[in-house]
Design a binder for this molecule. Structure first.
Ligand code: FAD
Length: 481
């Protein structure tokens, strides 16, 4: 076999298609009974629910997902599963106070100025949109090295003709988010600041005070990159892509061992030799699979301290379709002061999914939760906490959107342990994009070991469709030479 891909999440599927585009034969082993990992869409009693990821970004021409789909020649094949969104998310502070984010900065600014009259918005959001576009649409080739970025590599990459445009943005990596804000605003209204906090946490995985200015700008620019609604859930989109690659489900890789010029990949009922292995699992949580090759363990171990200390608490539900009338967009970002004694961030990201059955829609509400709190609980306490958080979060949804409680017909939830059981991960993944975690503190898509590559959210450029797509483009460029 030329390439074995381990894991069929976003990283595995996009990674396998990337290798296929380079002419390799690929084969995926997936531990679970379905594909998608954190971006699975599962079916319960005939209704589809997004398990984690709900939002597909980067689909405007030139942005990473658009570029990848073009590379895979898959634009037409996935077209029927996607619908580009214009009105993307309603940011809600109270039942009466909210604003909407559109697919461009201009209309978003008008909305923000309506709620927060004053100067600064236009210039600031134009900067955010321009920065996001420049960074995410400029193809940059990072030279191969021993599996790690370095300031030198980044400098070299941006000093090539096509990367020159990015040179001025390097300064943003060391600058703090708050310092960037102060160059546009004399003072930021407190509600608006709480939106900035929420968005930076959700996209950048980092608290605003610790965020670097680049991560902050990209977090706010996220909705300007071309967000698509996935009609059959994000899993439906991934399933359409996955038809192009052979996958064996229910096949957990237990061990990987270097042999000759390749790797022996062990699953429960056998083993397979491959010249190349693409790791598309949360690798930093699964280093024991390389116990026979301590050099590999050692290489990755140095990155683990920078992993996100958060996981997700997710509430799923089904409600009568008429409740949709109370929502302005398919996504809502509810900002509350209720942190449940530190168990949640207080930021609830709500996504609605329409169903084939026209009488109902399902929803997914996710929030950050600190891993260390869950690690300290026994089984009974986990159950207790799950029930408590679930009911409080649904209560907030009902109050914020003036819903009739009888319209919500089903509710259940997932803790970090649910994610561990289904997709073998605790940490949300990705890296906190803080001023002391610049890009060179995370693993590259290449490793110092011949034929061993990474496309997952534990590698460049971090989490979600956008980060993983950038990683795949980097891998493609590097292997193409
Ligand atoms: C609640 C939540 C909401 C999110 N929302 C968004 C969003 O809206 N948009 C967005 O872009 N991103 C979002 N993200 C982030 C995004 O979902 C993840 O970054 C991304 O799905 C990670 O993909 P991955 O392929 O790296 O890993 P995973 O999704 O973890 O996939 C890894 C796969 O490998 C399998 N596996 C693990 N171990 C083995 C093994 N030993 N052998 C074989 N298979 C194995 C797992 O079963 C899994 O299928 C969200 C994440 C969460 C948790």
């Amino acid at each position: 076999m030329e390439v074995i891909v381990i894991g069929a999440g976003i990283g595995g599927i996009l990674g396998a298609l990337t290798m296929k585009s380079l002419g390799y034969d690929v084969f995926i082993f997936e531990r679970g009974a379905r594909i998608g990992g954190c971006a699975t869409t599962f079916v319960k009693e005939g209704f589809r629910y997004n398990a984690g990821a709900t939002t597909l970004p980067g689909l405007k021409p030139g942005f990473p997902m658009y570029r990848l789909l073009t590379l895979f020649r898959m634009q037409d094949k996935v077209k029927s599963t996607l619908l580009l969104e214009d009105l993307i998310v309603e940011v809600s502070f109270t039942p009466e106070r909210s604003f909407c984010i559109f697919s461009d900065s201009e209309r978003t600014c008008e909305e923000i100025a309506r709620l927060f009259p004053g100067k600064g918005h236009k210039k600031f959001f134009a900067f955010i949109e321009r920065t996001t576009k420049d960074i995410l649409t400029t193809p940059v080739e990072y030279p191969l090295n021993g599996g790690r970025f370095s300031p030198w590599m980044v400098l070299k990459a941006v000093s090539k003709p096509q990367g020159l445009k990015l040179l001025p943005y390097l300064a943003l990596i060391k600058k703090g988010a708050l310092s960037l804000l102060s160059s546009f605003y004399d003072s930021v209204p407190s509600e608006l600041l709480s939106y900035f906090r929420a968005q930076t946490m959700i996209v950048g995985q980092v608290e605003l005070e610790k965020a670097n200015a680049l991560a902050f700008a990209l977090s706010l620019g996220y909705f300007f990159t071309g967000i698509s609604h996935c009609l059959r859930g994000v899993g439906g989109f991934l399933e359409a892509l996955a038809r192009e690659v052979p996958i064996r489900l229910n096949s957990q890789v237990e061990r990987v061992k270097k042999k000759n010029r390749g790797y022996v990949v062990h699953i429960k009922d056998g083993k397979l030799y491959a010249q190349n292995v693409l790791l598309s699992i949360p690798i930093l949580e699964n280093l024991s699979m390389f116990s026979s090759n301590q050099d590999i363990v050692k290489h990755f171990s140095r990155f683990t301290p920078k992993l996100s200390p958060y996981s997700a608490f997710v509430v799923y539900g089904r409600m009568k379709r008429k409740a949709l009338e109370n929502f302005k967009a398919k996504h809502a970002l509810i900002i509350t002061d209720e942190h449940q004694n530190g168990w949640t961030s207080g930021y609830l990201y709500v996504s609605l999914l329409e169903q084939e059955n026209p009488d109902f829609v399902t929803f997914t509400i996710s929030t950050h939760t600190p891993l260390k709190l869950w690690n300290a609980l026994n089984k009974d306490k986990i159950k207790e906490m799950k029930t408590l958080l679930e009911s409080r979060i649904v209560d907030t949804l009902i109050k914020r959107y003036s819903l009739d409680p009888n319209d919500i017909v089903e509710v259940f939830s997932a803790t970090p342990y649910t994610f561990k059981r289904y997709v073998n991960r605790f940490s949300l993944g990705g890296f906190t994009a803080s001023t002391d975690t610049p890009i060179w503190s995370i693993p590259n898509n290449f490793t110092p070991f011949k034929g061993l590559y990474l496309t997952c959210d534990h590698a460049f450029a971090g989490q979600g469709f956008m980060g993983i797509a950038l990683g795949c483009l980097n891998l493609y460029q590097g292997l193409k030479g």
